[in-house]
Design a protein around this ligand. Structure first.
Ligand SMILES: Nc1ncnc2c1ncn2[C@@H]1O[C@H](COP(=O)(O)OP(=O)(O)O)[C@@H](O)[C@H]1O
Ligand SMILES: O=P(O)(O)OC[C@H]1O[C@](O)(COP(=O)(O)O)[C@@H](O)[C@@H]1O
Ligand SMILES: [Mg+2]
Length: 842
């Protein structure tokens, strides 16, 4: 689409940034970069580096340094004067400068407009020229003797910030906007007054921004703007809560947005581009209040020169879109570094940096944009969270037709291949008009694969604690690769991550894995610790492995993500697939982890045994400890399933023993009523409580997970002491700890089927070239999920959700928390505590 907006450095065939005939050893084009309010030179550091990298010896970059931080509150005019001095000083020092451009963020754009007005030198009319002859040539002045080239503003409030939703943060509420206008100078001093147009003089001088749309004696604001070869206004279409779209794109209130999904192939974040030609119209009559009048005059004044207007949208699920005002500028290198940011999509936003339009050095790979694609309007967001793909970093990778097409198994399937358009919604309960949230690509075979079957060398590794079903997953990866794709080079890495570099591999064939699903544990053995990413990737490389299947919990998935990133860094054609495993069921995004069903079923046996025991004696108290380090899902589900449980204690719900509403009181009451009581306790429950009364051992396992105190034994002792010594009652206490027995069983029927699906999905995904992904059911449909998504949080039982309420209603146990407000606090405290306890890196 030809929008008239310049997408290279050349205008009308003329080079506007570099200078072809210039002496390469000396830059002759001065680019002045101006930061925004409370900003500093650091704000443009990253962008400046891009300029220099792309155009070494062509541009001389100067990041304005005379108006930093608090000095930005002194007013647009004062800052403009300082910038003028700064630029003149530079011009004096660097004799070879010939051209000048400005790139300014936010208020910096106004400061730059002021400064150019001051720097402008009208063209000296050559007396010998015959002015009666119209040569068609526009006579342009200079800026401090330099030829003006680009004037670029990024999220600059050209129309000020007063009223009319110009500061979106104020929600367009007139009352709020009025209050803001009245008090803004308390915070932003003179600059605030200039922005909110409250600086009109008592002697009738209009607000500064209004004065800046005309030339005045000695101040050639508009002539200076006109003298540039081009003017560009970049604007955020949404999520910029500080500078609204209209004020930054110089639009009238009546103008409606024309944003589309993406209009620029190369820079997909650009949702609208337009070359607005210079228009010398008179201001349209506005009969409303004077503010609208001023705004109208500002638009009209500024529209007397042509503007390239570029609307930008950081549509993403990430919370960081809310920082759009800063993100559009790309403040510093940290923002650009994927390693140091919370969510990977932030870097994508950063790579979308708008200045790329004038500095094509900042190329955005189209594939990266795939990770966040919006298909609706900004208020009705539909986000596809695509998984990384090998072609993201190996763009020339060859693809092949999927051999599955010829597979007898799939011969009669109606739609053999899953369309890349098929997505699975993370959120399925929605309100009308509410954002539609994140969607993941549906798992399944793809039409094209990126590996030739005979060239695949796959490996499988299992890490972390045991879980029913690991062997089934191993079996189905091996069989899936072999039967569906004809792959027969499959290696087992023994003993977890460290097995990559400390052990030999084990060849895996369908025959070897044939009946392993009938056994608990893992054929490949497992371990904690030892995830040395570099050594692992060295080993992957040395062994010529090109598909890595990693079965493990949250820690393992973090390790898998690190491996994928290292693989990408080294540019290896290696697909990394994670298969989430944990009996605790605490992995985010997916419905549940494999083995969980089996564990809940197995837990029933222990609960049943406890019930039989305590029912058969007088005052029988049964305590069953179940696994669940930070989350009580097994305990919760086993309790709900069993009906024999009187009280369930989980890590997320603090409890207490003594006093009214306490556990002792409740147990005594149940003993009176039924003569027996069964308590289920998740191993992570009451840890803070225990730590107060037991010698705390601050030990960690090899993976860095904190070792827990034994809540079962502690509870047993506490009950004995309380009932026999304090209450002088005889109780028959039976403590059952079936934790490792539960983990060690083979998976049940439903888990077996689930494991098959997981394994086959992982195989299809890796063959299709996906990498850095994990598989799992999201609202019952299997999806590919970026690993980073599942490791950024951990699932816990939410006390404010209905499932916990269902349990309380089913057991009629005390909630130990009185009010819902407190419950919410407990939820938050639990999550904080979990975050404190869990390791984030080792
Ligand atoms: N943040 C991390 N980065 C890299 N590897 C990790 C990380 N956390 C854990 N690991 C590794 O993952 C493996 C399993 O982790 P662990 O926490 O024991 O079990 P699980 O994966 O079941 O949660 C171990 O080898 C451990 O070293
Ligand atoms: O004694 P081990 O083998 O370290 O395992 C104990 C822990 O493993 C778990 O089963 C969970 O393990 P993962 O984190 O490996 O999934 C916890 O419930 C339990 O606290
Ligand atoms: Mg774990």
């Amino acid at each position: 689409m030809d929008t008239g907006v310049c997408s290279s450095e050349s205008i009308n065939g003329e080079d506007v940034f570099s200078c072809k005939e210039s002496d390469v050893s000396s830059a002759d084009h001065l680019v002045v970069m101006v930061h925004g309010i409370l900003g500093s030179t650091a704000n443009w550091k990253f962008a400046a580096e891009q300029f220099v990298r792309k155009l070494p010896d062509k541009v001389f970059i100067h990041r304005s340094e005379k108006n930093m931080e608090k000095l930005t509150l002194d007013g647009v005019d004062v800052m403009g004067e300082r910038l003028t001095e700064e630029v003149l000083e530079l011009i004096k020092q660097k004799k070879n400068l010939r051209k000048i451009s400005f790139v300014a963020h936010s208020v910096g754009g106004l400061v730059a407009r002021y400064a150019i007005g001051k720097l402008y030198r009208p063209c000296k009319i050559d007396n010998e020229r015959d002015l009666s002859v119209d040569t068609g040539e526009v006579l342009k002045g200079t800026l401090g003797g330099l030829e003006p080239v680009n004037f670029i503003t990024v999220a600059t409030p050209h129309l000020g910030s007063r009223g009319n939703k110009q500061v979106p943060f104020l929600f367009g509420l007139t009352a709020l906007e009025k209050v803001a206008a009245g008090v803004i100078h308390w915070i932003f001093k003179r600059t605030g007054r200039h922005l909110f147009l409250t600086d009109a003089d008592s002697d009738g001088k209009p607000p500064l921004l209004k004065r800046m749309v005309e030339d005045h004696e000695g101040y050639y604001f508009m002539s200076a703007l006109r003298s540039f070869k081009r003017r560009v206004a970049y604007s955020n279409v949404g999520y910029d809560h500080i500078v609204g779209w209209r004020t930054s794109s110089i639009r009238r209130a009546v103008e409606l947005p024309k944003w589309e999904d993406s209009v620029n192939e190369k820079y997909p974040h650009i949702v609208y581009e337009e070359l607005c030609k210079a228009c010398d119209a008179e201001p349209i009559s506005v009969e409303v209040d004077s503010l609208d009048n001023i705004e109208e005059e500002l638009v009209t004044g500024l529209s007397r020169v042509s503007w390239e207007k570029v609307d930008v949208s950081f549509h993403s699920s990430s919370l960081l879109r809310f920082a759009a005002h800063s993100v559009i500028q790309v403040k510093n290198e940290n923002m650009h570094s994927e390693e140091r940011i919370m969510s990977s999509d932030f870097s994508i936003q950063v790579k979308m940096f708008s200045l790329a339009q004038i500095v094509p050095a900042i190329l955005i790979k189209k594939q990266q944009f795939r990770a966040q694609s919006r298909i609706d309007n900004p208020d009705d967001v539909f986000i596809t969270d695509n998984v990384p793909h090998l072609t993201d970093f190996l763009p020339d990778l060859q693809s092949y037709p999927n051999p599955l097409k010829k597979s007898p198994a799939y011969a009669i399937v109606k739609e053999t291949f899953v369309s890349p358009q098929d997505v699975v919604a993370q959120k399925i309960v929605l309100q009308k008009g509410s954002p539609r949230g994140v969607h993941f690509p549906r798992a399944g075979p793809r039409e094209k694969v990126y590996f030739k079957s005979e060239e695949v060398r796959a490996c499988i590794v299992t890490c972390g604690g045991l879980c029913p079903g690991i062997n089934t997953v191993i079996r189905e990866i091996v069989c899936g690769l072999n039967f569906m794709y004809g792959v027969d080079d499959i290696l087992g890495i023994e003993g977890g991550y460290k097995g990559f570099y400390s052990k030999n591999t084990k060849k895996l064939t369908p025959k070897i894995v044939d009946d392993i699903h009938k056994r608990g544990g893992t054929l490949l053995q497992t371990s904690r610790g030892g995830s040395d990413t570099n050594k692992i990737v060295d080993n992957i490389q040395d062994r010529g492995i090109n598909q890595v299947y990693i079965i493990g919990g949250d820690g393992t998935q973090r390790g898998a993500n690190a491996i994928y990133k290292e693989v990408e860094k080294r540019g290896l054609q290696v697909a990394v697939a994670g298969i989430p495993k944990t009996i605790d069921n605490d992995i985010a995004v997916i419905d549940k982890s494999f083995g969980f069903d089996t564990a809940v079923e197995e837990a029933q046996r222990a609960i049943n045994a406890a019930h039989v025991e305590v029912e058969s004696v007088e005052n029988g108290v049964g305590i069953v400890k179940l696994m669940g380090r930070y989350s009580g899902f097994i305990a919760l589900y086993a309790t709900l399933a069993s009906r024999d449980v009187d009280c369930c204690l989980i890590p997320e719900s603090p409890f207490y023993l003594e006093g009214p509403g306490g556990l002792f009181e409740f147990v005594e009451q149940r003993l009176k009523e039924n003569s027996h009581v069964v308590i289920v306790v998740a191993e992570g429950a009451g840890q803070e409580f225990l730590a107060q009364t037991m010698q705390s051992i601050d030990e960690k396992d090899a993976s860095g997970n904190r070792l827990l105190l034994d809540v079962g034994q502690w509870l047993t002792q506490k009950f004995k002491d309380h009932f026999t010594k304090v209450r002088k009652m005889t109780i028959n206490l039976k403590y059952i700890d079936p934790t490792y027995m539960i983990r060690a069983v083979p998976s049940n029927a439903s888990d077996n089927i689930y494991c098959t699906l997981l394994a086959q999905s992982a195989v299809h995904g890796a063959m299709a070239g996906y990498t850095g992904f994990t598989v799992g059911p999201v609202n019952s449909r299997h999806a590919y999920i970026p690993i980073s998504r599942v490791t950024e949080t951990q699932n816990v039982v939410k006390l404010t959700d209905r499932s916990w309420a269902r349990l309380l209603a089913s057991t009629n146990q005390p909630s130990f928390v009185e009010h819902s407000v407190e419950r919410e606090k407990v939820d938050k405290d639990t999550i904080d505590a979990i975050n404190d306890m869990r390791i984030t890196s080792i």
